[in-house]
Write a protein that binds this ligand. Structure first.
Ligand SMILES: Nc1ncnc2c1ncn2[C@@H]1O[C@H](COP(=O)(O)OP(=O)(O)O)[C@@H](O)[C@H]1O
Ligand SMILES: [Mg+2]
Length: 286
């Protein structure tokens, strides 16, 4: 293992009864990288993150975080990580501030640092006026922001964000993108899952496409698109859309000239890559 590697996953298998949710997954995430897991519902994204962040056990394989084998040294590994789950996991009986304090205590933060950090992050997320309200009185979007602040409070070296922006309105989503970018600039290693193509494309250094519990492609977004063909020709004929991909605009134009129907020539995006590789759309159920 190199010092460059923040997370090393080898042969990860996780089963639920007869169902294999993660099926021999290998992945190395570099220190300081912003990595995106892109995949349809049920592909195994959440389960993988839950295994790596020690929220659940696994059946086969090894996982190392920041040099610590998470099975042998779970406490040391946990100290490096902050987790935001797909289903927000705040204590409903507490206020937002009390939740933050309990997270800070779990990570042994001093009171002064904790209070400074709570006010700094709450200001950033516009959470100030909600801090002393019970969790249950807030809408989903506000709960999500509060959960994100909790996970970031102790300045973890690795941050897991499981669909951080799903269910957020566009303003909150942009705000969160800014936070993620600034954490990335500061050197935090970030792994996020998303089914928003533009989120993966605009934020992530590398993207892993996951399907049926395995990584089926992994690269920087541009290279993934080039593999399929950088230029897409989209044709709508009799209400049916078909796609074909080309290396150059010239080749695409030559092909398009021979077509009837409504033809669009555009850059290939990650959604195209995804559909080509899996035969499914990102929003589809497996
Ligand atoms: N607690 C569980 N019990 C049984 N099956 C589960 C459980 N969690 C996930 N699964 C199954 O494992 C597969 C992967 O799920 P998940 O990791 O949540 O996918 P994703 O996050 O990519 O949508 C799915 O088929 C899902 O139904
Ligand atoms: Mg999920």
């Amino acid at each position: 293992m190199s010092m460059e590697d923040m997370i090393v996953i080898k042969g990860l298998v996780k089963r639920f009864g007869d169902k294999t949710a993660v099926n021999g997954l290998d992945l190395v995430i570099h220190r300081g990288e912003l990595f995106g897991f892109l995949g349809p519902n049920g592909a195994g994204k959440t389960t993988t993150l839950r295994c790596v962040s020690t929220l659940t056990g696994f059946d086969e394989g090894t996982i190392t975080v920041n040099g610590h084998d998470i099975t042998k040294e779970p406490e040391a590994a946990k100290g490096s990580m902050g987790v935001i789950q797909q289903q927000v996991s705040l204590d409903k009986d507490l206020t937002i501030r009390e939740n933050m304090i309990s997270h800070a205590m779990y990570h042994n933060m001093g009171k002064k640092e904790r209070n400074e950090r709570i006010s700094e992050l709450s200001d950033f997320f516009g959470l100030g006026e909600y801090l002393d309200k019970p969790v249950d009185s807030l809408s989903g979007g506000w709960k999500k922001r509060a959960a994100i602040v909790c996970a970031m409070l102790h300045r973890p070296q690795v941050l897991f964000l499981d669909e951080p922006t799903s269910g957020l309105d566009i303003n909150a989503r942009r705000l969160l993108w800014d936070v993620i970018k600034s954490l990335h600039r500061d050197g935090t290693t970030i792994i996020l899952t998303t089914h928003y193509i533009e989120e993966a494309e605009s934020l992530c250094d590398r993207v892993g496409i996951i399907d049926k519990g395995r990584i089926i492609a992994l690269d920087i977004p541009k290279n993934l698109c080039e593999k399929v063909g950088s230029i897409a020709v989209e044709t709508i004929e009799n209400g049916k859309t078909t796609y074909k991909y080309f290396k150059s605009r010239d080749e695409a134009s030559a092909f398009a000239a021979s077509l009837k129907g409504n033809v669009t020539i555009r850059d290939t995006n990650l959604e195209d890559v995804f559909v080509e590789l899996t035969g499914k759309s990102v929003g589809a159920q497996t």
